[in-house]
Design a binder for this molecule. Sequence first.
Ligand code: SAM
Ligand code: CA
Length: 219
Amino acid sequence: MSNRTLFLDQRIYDYLLSISLRESASLQRLREETATVSHSNMQIAPEQGQFMALLVQLMGVSKALEIGTYTGYSALCMALAMPEQGELICCDISDEWTSVARRYWKQAGVGHKIDLRLAPALDTLDELLARGLEGQFDFAFIDADKQNYVNYYERCLQLLRPGGLIVVDNTLWDGAVADPDNNALDTCAIREFNQVLRDDARVALSLVPIGDGLTLVRV
Ligand code: SAM
Ligand code: CA
């Protein structure tokens, strides 16, 4: 028995997957193709995708945002968990990576739920705010360029309804945030973002040590 979060060695991790992962065939095929694409370590872990899908189902999410889509695995997890009339706005700047995403979303029958916006995410979020969509979203997943995390967070706070959930990826950044000698730009950005959240009395939060660290923020 342990009263602190367990360190997952390979054997425990394999056990966790073998006993709990329910990955659909479409998600598995996308994960396998993504493994052959450049920067494949950017894709979230499958157990994390399943966890996010569970959150989406628990909250009955019908309007969601994704900031950073890559080949579409996290978006597919969320879209599969959303109702038929659900809407997921995905923000990315790469036509090449998201062309893989579009192919799999269509094959999995969720293409109609996803509105991909190929533009800097800040522009897309500002456009949604300018259209008066403040408070209209239930859920947001932040996973794009780390140096804009605070900017994405502030916009998501405006776009989500009270009680909505912002989910932020990579908040443990492979442990680098806890290493005072690591002052790489992205490490500093995530460290500062984590401090902003810690001190933000407007929200409730939990940093869940799944994947590379996933912070849940209730608006
Ligand atoms: N959520 C994805 C998944 O789990 O498969 C991974 C996203 S990957 C870590 C980050 C993505 O953010 C990349 O696809 C990159 O093109 C995109 N990105 C980087 N800068 C961006 C920006 N300014 N606006 C929108 N997307 C951006
Ligand atoms: Ca990530």
